[in-house]
Write a protein that binds this ligand. Structure first.
Ligand SMILES: [Zn+2]
Length: 552
């Protein structure tokens, strides 16, 4: 066993993955189970020694954890969507045991990939049928919900493309993640930092608050970018925030109500930061990179700084331009890579060679790149394929793409995260699924460079001031708009458009072809309005409106 925190497992028994997570009865059951388990969860805090011991133990028993996951996700689960893939490859559990013993976890995963055992992001999200040879199945995230997970805490997936995949977490999984979060905070110098989060309801805020509650000072405040009292929010979010507060009253740790701190005027968050600093303590703010930039921008306009403020940022590309804006006001950034479906996958290097250089959490997850084998199957070579190693994770991931690609290296950086046994480095992380429009896929990094460097360099403003938005015309035609924030004053829209296209076309021949295609199709117009936020409060470089599915 990787932890000793599962003693209360039999109280409610293991429930099957919900057929529809949002039916009222299910909500009620999730809520009551959460309320029942929360006080005990909050009381069993994680200290430094036990965190280190748990991590070392997980790394030592990693091969066994992987085999146990294969049993859980495939061989002892008759409904497993992976089972037909293994049958087709004529691979059984004993073969996997042999392979792991001989070649280790990652080599085994590469062999699985070669045999067609993987999921593209479109297959996982149900946008495309899962077809391997004669096997054909329609799956969705629900098909991969972990039957061993006791769902208690609701979150929702990010992204602007879909209406959001429901994600429910087991408290024991949050505890597993808290172990690593505590270690990383301690190595950053802050096991006593005053932690808060600034997101939107329906994101992962509850996940984080519950994780942060297991070590360091109690959470004294947390912030929402939209008014928590506003309508339009799914009742389950309001309900589970309330349940979290009720449950916390029963333990010694009371979790406060969220405070409204809008992205356009984040005064309440800034006031809290000032208050913490006045007490001689260090504030740590979890938020999105674009939100941290917005906070810095608002602070600069009011003559307030971010001296001594620590950030953990995630959920969007962490670029040099964004980092610079935050650092120029004195803030310090710790990167994090993860998704709502998985929780954290990697934490920022303390001696980074790239803005988003992170150490992969190889005790809880395994990862390989698609590589040549994957490319032969239609995946992009640098696509990350994720495999879960924790038995309580919300979804059973096995060589599953979450739509991201990145550099993956084993080199040495000399930072303390490496000494903990996290030796795999990930950087240059970009989403590949959001950058296809009008049938043309383009390299996200190039678009980001033009939006963050070329345009602000020529027309002023900061990275958050420019955004590419795809909308749908009434006839279903995609319309691409380059949004430019009105606060930049009068600009020649035609010149901005030309510079954007020229910036894209200056990079590769493919980009030049695409630039020409866009120009000829009259695809791109410039509009003067503030960039849009997703439901999760992110300002993506490329934002898709409407409900259409990915065009590939
Ligand atoms: Zn490092």
């Amino acid at each position: 066993m990787h932890t000793s925190y599962s003693s209360n497992r039999t109280v409610t028994g293991n429930l099957k993955a919900p057929a529809d997570a949002w039916v009222t009865l299910q909500n009620l059951r999730v809520g009551l189970r959460f309320l029942y388990h929360l006080p005990r969860y909050l009381q069993a805090r994680i200290d430094s020694e036990s965190a280190t011991a748990i991590l070392a133990d997980r790394l030592r028993t990693r091969d066994a954890a992987f085999l146990r996951q294969l049993e859980l996700a495939v061989f002892s689960w008759p409904e497993s969507p992976y089972l037909p893939l293994f049958a087709r490859a004529r691979l059984g559990y004993q073969d996997a045991v042999e392979l792991v013993r001989k070649d280790g976890v990652e080599q085994t995963l590469r062999l699985f990939l070669k045999e067609g055992i993987y999921l593209s992001v479109d297959e996982f999200k149900g946008r495309r049928e899962l077809i391997r040879g004669n096997h054909c199945a329609q799956v969705s995230p629900k098909s991969f919900q972990n039957p061993e997970s006791r769902y208690m805490v609701a979150a929702s997936s990010g992204g602007s493309r879909s209406s959001g995949t429901p994600v429910l977490f087991d408290l024991e999984f949050i505890r597993s993640c808290a172990v690593n979060s505590r270690i990383v905070h301690e190595l950053r110098g802050g096991s006593r930092w005053e932690k808060t989060t600034w997101e939107v309801p329906g994101g992962g805020a509850r996940f984080r608050l519950l994780k942060y509650s297991l070590y360091g000072p109690p959470i004294r405040a947390w912030f929402s970018q939209v008014d928590p009292a506003a309508g339009g929010l799914h009742p389950v979010y309001r309900w589970s925030t309330r349940a979290m507060r009720w449950g916390s009253y029963l333990s010694r740790q009371q979790l406060p109500k969220p405070l409204f701190s809008p992205i356009s005027e984040p005064r309440p968050l800034f006031d809290w930061i000032d208050q913490v600093r006045l007490q001689g303590r260090t504030p740590l703010v979890f938020t999105f990179p674009s939100s941290a930039v917005a906070l810095a921008q608002w602070g600069a306009a009011c003559g307030r700084d971010l001296e001594g403020v620590q950030f953990t940022v995630s959920g969007e590309p962490i670029t040099a331009a964004r980092l610079e804006t935050i650092r120029s006001l004195g803030g310090t950034i710790g990167a994090r890579y993860g998704s709502v479906e998985t929780g954290p996958l990697a934490y920022g290097c303390l001696n980074p060679t790239a803005p988003d250089h992170c150490h992969f959490q190889s005790d809880l997850w395994a990862v390989i790149q698609a590589g040549e084998e994957g490319a032969a199957l239609g995946l992009r070579e640098r696509s990350l394929l994720i495999t879960g190693l924790d038995p309580r994770a919300p979804f059973l991931f096995l060589n599953t793409s979450m739509g991201d690609e990145a550099h993956l290296t084993n080199g040495s950086c000399g930072c303390p995260l490496e000494n903990m046994g996290w030796n795999l480095h990930v950087s240059g992380i970009r989403s590949i699924e959001k950058l296809t429009s009008a049938g043309m896929t383009f390299a996200g990094t190039d678009v980001i460079a033009v939006l963050e460097q070329n345009l602000p360099g020529k027309y002023g403003g900061i990275p958050n001031d420019y955004q590419l938005v795809e909308e749908e015309a009434p006839d279903g035609r995609p319309l691409l708009k380059l949004l430019v924030h009105p606060r930049l004053g009068p600009l020649d829209a035609e010149a901005v458009r030309e510079d954007f296209l020229a910036g894209l076309g200056s990079r590769t021949i493919v980009d030049r072809l695409m630039e020409t295609a866009w120009r000829e199709a009259g695809l791109l117009t410039v509009e003067r309005r503030p960039p849009l936020q997703t439901k999760q409060g992110k300002v993506l470089h490329f934002h898709v409106l409407g409900s259409k599915v990915a065009p590939h």
